[in-house]
Ligand binder design. Structure first.
Ligand code: HEM
Length: 416
């Protein structure tokens, strides 16, 4: 039964919230088996962490729970070389290395820097929707890739490449995503990427240098023309990164700044559609938009879990754990912890405080959180101008990492 927590297929039909309730009550830190899934061989298993306080403790104690030793995905990389490569990613480093890397790119993501983008993002959000039936997932996905392209200095017409790369990385658990190729009308830089695109299956693991050869070719070509600019790319180049650090930083932004919102925006809309009283309240009280966005993030955490590796023998939640064991914290469970959130299964857009952990916690807390909130607020402020109805069944992504929707058919009608 516990393998359900691990199996990607479980999440194809929904987040197992009822199971999380039982785990928080009976065994808030417990061993989860990791069986074979398709071409992926079985793993050693891991300690799942389900309570809010334990999740926060793990995330803020990198000396005991390392992001570096085994990187941060549940699945171990296939080979020692793949592990060594992804260990150069900021996400997969521990202090003090982590602090050095984070300092290089953090200026572009401060509240002040993001405030300067608010109007641009709102103007873009105002152009997203048109009356009629559409797949909301496809329509909404353009805002995060457009914003990311803007912040990274990626030419606007190449933004779909960012989308395809994120699909490839996330898609290993869901075939519909794995081989997406949606970009056309590319810039000369974009055509460099297409020429370097690997064949359908260069290996099982999409998080490897070979499987993302086109993304790295693009990153280098973009870097070569970065002179005189003032964007994240320029900061990365001025920061003295090694080649592997540079490639991995580009990789991190391409996925983290894109896939999360592509899932979070439709997820937030589905929360509203399933709670029509919340939509009515938000129309009457637009001042509730910021707390509504926080509640959407709590109720539909776009990222459901992250992995750490234990550095020494220790105890967590009364459970002895050995050095080298894998630990996986479940943000999705912590966000429904009844000891922290009164009536946790109620979607309440007035909820304050709202100490959700959807952006993580501790040194790796999401660098893009302000940018993400700005985009979510822009989209939902715009959506208040539309009548939105479900026009078909939502289809969930099969993934034990991203809480995703692949399709959300809706009918949009302007209210003005
Ligand atoms: C709703 C949208 C988003 C969610 C739910 C989200 C969630 C997260 C979480 C949980 C982490 C912590 C990882 C860990 O503990 O190991 C994280 C880290 C990160 N996120 Fe986000 N993210 C979102 C949007 C963004 C955006 C828009 C960007 C950038 C454009 C971004 C960039 C990053 C980066 C660079 C890190 C790594 C930080 C570090 O290692 O210090 N994220 N994100």
């Amino acid at each position: 039964m516990l393998e359900e927590v691990f199996l990607p297929s479980t999440y194809g039909s929904g987040v197992p919230y009822e199971l999380f309730v039982r785990l928080r009550r009976d065994s808030p830190v417990c061993w989860i088996p990791e069986p074979e899934v398709g071409p992926w061989r079985s793993g050693p298993g891991f300690w799942g962490v389900f309570g809010h306080a334990d999740v926060k403790h793990v995330l803020r104690t990198p000396s005991d729970f390392s992001s570096h030793l085994g990187a941060t995905q549940i699945r171990d990389p296939d080979t020692p070389a793949d592990l060594a490569f992804v260990q150069a990613m900021m996400l997969n480093t521990d202090p003090p290395e982590h602090s050095r890397l984070r300092r290089i790119v953090s200026a572009a993501f401060t509240p002040r820097a993001v405030r300067a983008l608010e109007e641009t993002i709102a103007a873009r959000a105002a152009r997203l929707f048109a009356a009629g039936e559409c797949d909301f997932v496809e329509v909404a996905a353009d805002l995060p890739v457009w914003t990311l392209a803007h912040v990274m200095g990626v030419p606007e017409q190449d933004r779909r490449l960012l989308y395809d790369w994120a699909s490839r990385v996330i898609g290993y658990q869901d075939e519909e995503y794995a081989h997406r190729s949606t970009a056309d009308d590319l810039s000369p830089l974009g055509r460099i990427a297409v020429a370097a695109r690997p064949g359908p299956r260069p290996g099982v693991n999409p998080r490897s240098r070979a499987a993302l050869a086109d993304m790295f070719a693009y990153a280098h070509a973009l870097a070569a023309r970065a002179g005189g600019r003032d964007d994240v790319m320029a900061a990365m180049l001025a920061g003295g990164l090694t080649e592997a650090e540079f490639e991995n930083m580009f990789f991190l932004f391409a996925v983290a700044g894109n896939e999360t919102l592509r899932n979070g925006i439709p997820g937030g809309l589905l929360c509203l559609l399933e709670h029509p009283a919340a939509i009515e309240l938000l129309r009457r009280r637009p001042d509730l938009l910021p707390s509504a966005v926080e509640e959407m993030l709590r109720f539909w955490p776009p990222v459901m879990d992250f992995r750490r590796t234990v550095t020494r023998d220790l105890e967590l939640g009364g459970q002895p754990i050995r050095a080298g064991d894998k630990v996986v914290v479940y943000h999705a469970s912590a966000n429904r912890d009844e000891t922290v959130f009164p009536d946790p299964d109620r979607f309440d857009i007035t909820r304050t405080p709202n100490d959700h952990v959807s952006f993580g916690f501790g040194p790796h807390v999401c660098l893009g959180a302000h940018l993400a909130r700005t985009q979510l607020r822009a989209v939902f402020a715009e959506l208040m101008k539309w009548d939105v109805r479900l026009a078909g069944e939502p289809v969930r992504l099969i993934s034990n990492f991203q809480n995703g929707l692949k399709h959300l058919p809706v009918l949009l009608k302007s209210r003005s």
